[in-house]
Each structure stands twice: as structure tokens, then as C-alpha cells.
Design a protein around this ligand. Sequence first.
Ligand SMILES: C[S@@+](CC[C@H](N)C(=O)[O-])C[C@H]1O[C@@H](n2cnc3c(N)ncnc32)[C@H](O)[C@@H]1O
Length: 285
Amino acid sequence: MITASISPDEYESFREFLEDASGIVLGDNKHYLITSRITRLMAELSIQSFSELLDRIQEDQRLRHRIMDAMTTNETSWFRDTYPYEFLMEKFFPERARQNGDLIRIWSAACSTGQEPYSISIAANEFMIKNPGLISSDGVQVWGTDISSNALQQARAGSYDDVALSRGMSPDLRKRYFRQEGNQWRVSNDVKKRVNFQELNLKAGFASLGKFDIIFCRNVLIYFAPALKSDIMYRMSQSLKPNGYLVLGGSETISGYSDSFEILRWKSVGVIYQLKRGGGNLRFS
Ligand SMILES: C[S@@+](CC[C@H](N)C(=O)[O-])C[C@H]1O[C@@H](n2cnc3c(N)ncnc32)[C@H](O)[C@@H]1O
């Protein structure tokens, strides 16, 4: 019989492992969260107790991966919060279109199951249709990265059921950008072709991805400790082209974590950050 009862020491060891591996900080008394997310995995792998799980984590890389998959929250939706996509359509693309045809590079840094990078790609397509000739169809490249290989597998497939698709997708855009296959909806090749996916842990280095015009880092920093938030914001400032933008989640802020960005208010509904001239140079921690 598998039990997932957890002693205080085991809880502490698991918490350390998770923060060390992914940056995710588990608050006190989140036993229920661990139990609800890990019990099925333990049953599948015939792991009899939580202490056995902790032992196996030490030598089993695949298990570590599976646990991170289970412990991440992949909640997302299409065009989440609306204003970042208005900003793309009304300010970002028009501004970038004026800049001598350089490839426009956009990074969705915790892209979950793909709704965010595909929403960005759809917004790019809509801009191109409404403003013919300003940006070429292959003039925008979107990167979607995440630590969760399960989430990325779904993102790469680009296929969603009714429930997932209904969260934020209008009937008009659904009709134009998705094809129904049984009870799934597959994103069109036009949208898919400019999105690249890669597994990436934000704790690790990401300079190799190159420089971006705008980074969406939304609803992931909330899970991290202050020093890691600050470190990631600093490294993102180094990964932006001059005048590049950073978009955080609605409940996230740079205040107290970074001095690299100006704050732009967008129509009094949201905030977008723009890299300061000369970038920032303070690493808070
Ligand atoms: C709540 S979702 C946010 C998805 C999307 N950005 C949005 O706002 O709708 C958080 C995502 O962060 C990912 N994540 C958690 N820790 C991470 C890390 N250390 N590196 C990269 N991604 C991470 C999770 O796997 C999850 O898919």
C-alpha cells in the first residue's frame, strides 16, 4: 500500500530539492499539494513511501524531471489579460515595423502548453493582415520555453480540446486559425511555423537564446524567492535588444527587484516595462 504521509524532515528535504531544481518555493503546510500531485506518480513507479521517493530523487534524473512536471502549475489561457496583445498590435509591431526589416524576436519564457506563444503569433498575423507590407510573414520569430516537458509536448502538438480552446479564444479567431480534428482543434501552420519550443529552466543560463525585442515572462516569477526573481530580471535585461520590452503577469512587478526598466502604463489597465537606455546595471539580491 502506497502512503504519501510526509514527516517534517521529509517535507523540508522535498522543499529544498524543489527550490534547488526549479526555483519554486513551497510555502509551509503545502503537504496537500505534494500529496495530490505526487501520489499518482508514486503509484505508477511503485514507490512505496515518501522517504523512498526522496532516496530515489538523488540518483534518478528522470524521476527528478517527472516530479518537476508534477509540481509545476501550468494554468494558462489565450490572450491572457488582453492588454499585452493590444500593446503588441497597437504599439510594439508598428514601432518595430519601422526598424529596417530586422527579424523581430519574441520570447515567451514560461509558455506552459503553448497558448501564450501561439496568441503572440496570431497577434503578429493579425497585424500583418491589417497592415500589409509592413512586416513580412517570416519577419517575426517566437520562442516558447518552459521547464515542464509535459507542457511542452502539448505546446508542440498545438492541439487543444474544446475546454482549453474556449478559454480566451474568440469564435472568429478560432475559425480562422484552427482546424477541427475530431474533438480537438489544431492550430494552423501559419501560426505554428513561426513558433519554436525549447525546454529551459529559468534558473539556468539563457544567453544562448540570443537577444529579443520583447520578453513575456508571465505568471512564473510569483513562484520564486526574491533573489531568484531579481537574478532572472537582470539576466532578461541582458537578453533584450535596445529599447526592448518585458511583460510580467498582472500580479508581478519589477519594484524592488530590478532597476533596468522604465515603467510604461498601458491604457490604465496594465503595465509594460521597457529597458532603460544603456540597460540597467544593478543586480539586486
Ligand atoms: C502559471 S504558468 C504561466 C503560463 C503563461 N506564461 C501564462 O501567463 O499564461 C507557469 C509556467 O511556469 C513554468 N515554470 C515553473 N518553474 C519554471 C522554471 N524554473 N523555468 C521555466 N519555467 C518554469 C511552469 O512549468 C508553468 O508552465
